[in-house]
Design a protein around this ligand. Structure first.
Ligand SMILES: Cc1ncc(COP(=O)(O)O)c(C=O)c1O
Length: 373
């Protein structure tokens, strides 16, 4: 055997030595980005806030931070402002490097081979990833039909039926990405009470601040088996800093803390998040701009006879049938980046983040031009 052959064999062996559940994983596919730093495009593929971060957060980032020191491992300042904001004890809070980090901590603490997690088809794509990475089984429930008032959204009844004696976690995205649908608090409460009490219910509320009214994050704290996750990536416009938080019973928080990496949330993210929580004006402005853009895009979709899914977040998902891939390319050529949804098992649908008023106008004009082409 030549040196090259033995190198190749050694490489094959080390790659094959990874856990089988990891070998079968397809990595997360992020929304499209501009091809160069300078390319001017409408970025409507990743559900970010088109208005950017809160000005108060930007001002906080300009303040001196001692970056030669490790971050505050317990996020004291952010803990204080969020416990006041949500009127909850400080030890109910847990911070993550984005809320995806918190979903991963749940999988790490509660899932392993022989256990399972239940979630609905078309639910946020990080759930199957963290479940499979933990070696657990994904038990996927049938969604509502497309004609339902929450089209393709989570059906709490079928979700409950998918829970078996192996199920340790149920993931619910509320609103869900990419269907933009919601479950009511009554539906969630009924579901929680119908589940065995040892099943951890993860209520992922990444888009909660776009709902009307904004639901209180602590409204399920009476249930020790519920954990609510939120993020600074969406309405707070801080996706690039990676910070999210969870509210849960202090003992559940303590359990998740055992698997949390030390210093998982960086100093600048904490500093900006504290300021962002206090910038109610930016949140109100972002909500109003989103509602207006949503309305305009929805009207255009009706005019173009494109069937929409739910409208409870900062994106709208539309049915293009077998034209979906062609529309992605058509829009890309015109500098508009949108999200195709094959990994959500929605190959006929495209998801559009609500952009600035200009971006919405450019998108609507392009969709009209495509229809006429
Ligand atoms: C439903 C849902 N949950 C969680 C996240 C994760 O967001 P982050 O990790 O940026 O907090 C996203 C991001 O798109 C999402 O759509």
């Amino acid at each position: 055997m030549t040196a090259t052959d033995s190198d190749a064999a050694a490489l094959r062996r080390i790659v094959a030595a990874a856990r089988p559940c990891v070998q079968g994983l397809a990595p997360y596919v992020p929304g499209a980005r501009p091809s160069t730093v300078d390319e001017q495009v409408c970025r409507l593929a990743s559900n970010e806030n088109p208005l950017g971060p809160s000005p108060k957060a930007l001002a906080a980032l300009a303040e001196p931070a001692n970056l030669s020191r490790y971050p505050d491992n317990d996020g004291h300042a952010l803990r204080e402002v969020l416990s006041a904001r949500h009127d909850c004890p400080a030890d109910c809070l847990l911070f993550g490097n984005g809320s995806s980090d918190l979903l991963d901590l749940v999988a790490c603490a509660y899932l392993e081979a022989g256990r399972s997690a239940a979630f609905a088809r078309h639910a946020f794509v990080v759930y199957p990833l963290v479940v499979q990475a933990a070696g657990a089984e994904a038990r996927i429930s049938a969604p509502h039909p497309a004609e339902h008032e929450q089209p393709l959204g989570h059906d709490p009844e079928t979700l409950r039926e998918r829970v078996s004696e192996t199920t340790a976690v149920v993931f619910i995205a509320n609103p869900n990405n990419p269907t933009g649908t919601v479950l009511t608090d009554d539906e969630i409460r009924t579901l929680i009470e119908a589940l065995p009490p040892q099943v951890l219910v993860v209520l992922d509320e990444a888009y909660a601040e776009y709902r009307d009214p904004i639901p209180a994050a602590g409204r399920f704290l009476e249930y020790p088996q519920v954990i609510v996750t939120r993020t600074f990536s969406k309405i707070f416009g801080l996706a690039g800093l990676r910070i999210g938080y969870a509210l849960a019973h202090p003992e559940v928080v303590a359990m998740l803390n055992r698997v949390r990496q030390p210093f998982n949330v960086n100093t600048l993210a904490q500093q900006a998040a504290v300021a962002a929580v206090g910038d109610e004006e930016h949140v109100a402005h972002s909500r109003a701009a989103n509602a207006e853009g949503m309305q305009r895009l929805l009207e255009a979709a009706h005019g173009l006879q494109l069937r929409p899914l739910g409208t409870h977040a900062n994106f709208l998902t539309l049915d293009f049938g077998d034209q979906a891939q062609a529309v992605v390319a058509y829009l890309r050529e015109r500098g508009i980046l949108v999200r195709a949804l094959p990994e959500y098992e929605l190959p006929d649908w495209l998801r559009f983040t609500i952009g600035t008023p200009d971006e919405t106008r450019i998108l609507i004009d392009a969709l009209h031009a495509w229809r006429q082409s």
